[in-house]
Design a protein around this ligand. Sequence first.
Ligand SMILES: Cc1cc2nc3c(=O)[nH]c(=O)nc-3n(C[C@H](O)[C@H](O)[C@H](O)COP(=O)(O)OP(=O)(O)OC[C@H]3O[C@@H](n4cnc5c(N)ncnc54)[C@H](O)[C@@H]3O)c2cc1C
Ligand SMILES: *[C@@H]1O[C@H](CO)[C@@H](O)[C@H](O)[C@H]1NC(C)=O
Ligand SMILES: *[C@@H]1O[C@H](CO)[C@@H](O)[C@H](O)[C@H]1NC(C)=O
Length: 560
Amino acid sequence: MAKKPRIVIIGAGMSGLTAANKLYNSTSSKNSFELCVVEGGSRIGGRINTSEFGGDRIEMGATWIHGIGGSPIYKISQEINSLESEKPWECMDGFSSQPKTVAEGGFDLNPSIVEPVSSLFDNLMDYAQGKLMEGSSTAEKVDFCNLALRAFKSCTRNGASSQLSVGSFLRQGLNAYWDSMKDQEELKGYGTWSRKLLEEAIFAMHENTQRTYTSAGDLLTLDFNAESEYQMFPDEETTIAKGYMSIIEHLASVLPPGLIQLGRKVVNIEWQPEIQQSTQMENGHASRPVKIHFFDGSTMLADHVIVTVSLGVLKASIQQDSGMFNPPLPSFKTEAISRLGYGVVNKLFLQLNPSHDRKGDNLDKFPFLQMIFHRPDSDLRNRKIPWWMRRTASLSPIYKTSSVLLSWFAGEEALELETLSDEEIVEGVSTTISSFLSQPHKKLESNSHELCNGKANSIATSKVSEMKFAKVLKSKWGNDPLFLGSYSYVAVGSSGEDLDTMAEPLPKTGNCESNGIPPLQILFAGEATHRTHYSTTHGAYFSGLREANRLLQHYHYVGI
Ligand SMILES: Cc1cc2nc3c(=O)[nH]c(=O)nc-3n(C[C@H](O)[C@H](O)[C@H](O)COP(=O)(O)OP(=O)(O)OC[C@H]3O[C@@H](n4cnc5c(N)ncnc54)[C@H](O)[C@@H]3O)c2cc1C
Ligand SMILES: *[C@@H]1O[C@H](CO)[C@@H](O)[C@H](O)[C@H]1NC(C)=O
Ligand SMILES: *[C@@H]1O[C@H](CO)[C@@H](O)[C@H](O)[C@H]1NC(C)=O
């Protein structure tokens, strides 16, 4: 009797569990495969990790459904009723109300200063993402973009045109804007801030938000041409009330006990790019071409392995002599792995001391605070604010009445955060807050439309100094050996094609059937293998389905 093909999925994150769910659900009645998922960590979910903090439900990793129209994640969360919850969660409903934008030193910024820069930024990003076309209703905005693009192309023409970055495009756009706004009145009442410095700092705040969206620590490394390939689902973004883990648990619930093995870290995958009859017979793995080695020395044979480890783990593995693959991955794979970008994004949660009673006095509410910092190298900066706070964009309660504050970090700042003690974090954040929320106003009585509605900052100086934090929780995706970062992006020098290359199975298709090499030995899934939805949970989901379907098709389970 022919033995059943054995499929081993490495990693129990969104992509691995989606593949397992699909393979199991499509064939379990026919008992056609031996299936197992091996996970190096002690829990399932991977970069999805719903947790609890200060009595609230929070997400350490994936947080948003990026556009509900057409999202498979949204569909599942509707089906399993995960969009409602009794328990309060990180729904960020403060985003919808007007944020409070404050410049370093405690200057509330009137929307008339913030909004033109914000809409310039949004338009430039829309343009970069291919969402804003000539002839659209906002003709004037498109002009800035075209101007920016022209300036951008001419100044990069002498260099390699494949080196265009989102970061330099954005700055060209800001310069084009300034050129067209030469005769603006200077602002008064903002201390050492000039109009130009403020505008630049507001622009930088949006850049910092973009750094966390893309995980590109520096937007100068984010490829401009690929940006328009990235696809977003339409309609609003939303969070999952019962937690992102409810989706993971649903996918896993179909699988029989024992199918997922935790604590099974893979250190090496032996595969057979060429026919090696003699060795195959000798070491007894007869007709199963792949041999998986675990950290504890144990091994497992397989016909097919679906590798779902992060791009960060793959990058680390190709840098070592004794990498994860034996023989090493072919160069078309390793080149794509090295060229693509993979950055670090971390979330920091701080719980306000219970003595800080937020629910009583309205003035006491911690605002949805957008922070406008001086440049890290500016002489005007407050030197007490630590450098790792300077490129955060916001600090805000995770829902309107929550005592838990959240801030996002990207790049070097995110890595630094991982090394800091709770005391250092509390100290740094408190210093920052006092610079933003407790300074008395230094404004002039004249020119009143530029001022901050004449209101005092909503938290009095004494209240800010009382503001103590009860505890701190942060993610540490950068140094965790099972992730080594947060999500992927298309770096300058790579392209969407590299994402497609990431998805190609080994040995390279076409070589196999004809010359007797077992096909589809190593398949690749995970967010970094999806050309248009990389970096997301739904990208990971689609990639898991894709690889499950590849195997189902190979075994002629078509149309399942
Ligand atoms: C801070 C943060 C915020 C995010 N926010 C969002 C968001 O708002 N919306 C969104 O859509 N996406 C978001 N993402 C991205 C999203 O979480 C990921 O794209 C997605 O979860 C990746 O799933 P995956 O299956 O590709 O990889 P993973 O979840 O990384 O799964 C891979 C699994 O492989 C395991 N593994 C690694 N090495 C080995 C080994 N050697 N042996 C065995 N197992 C191993 C890992 O432990 C892991 O469980 C965020 C991510 C982070 C970190
Ligand atoms: C398996 O798939 C079928 C068809 O798509 C679906 O109706 C069924 O609910 C799935 N079963 C499980 C346990 O997910
Ligand atoms: C998941 O979150 C918990 C906090 O509740 C944390 O202790 C754990 O380290 C996190 N795991 C990962 C991999 O981030």
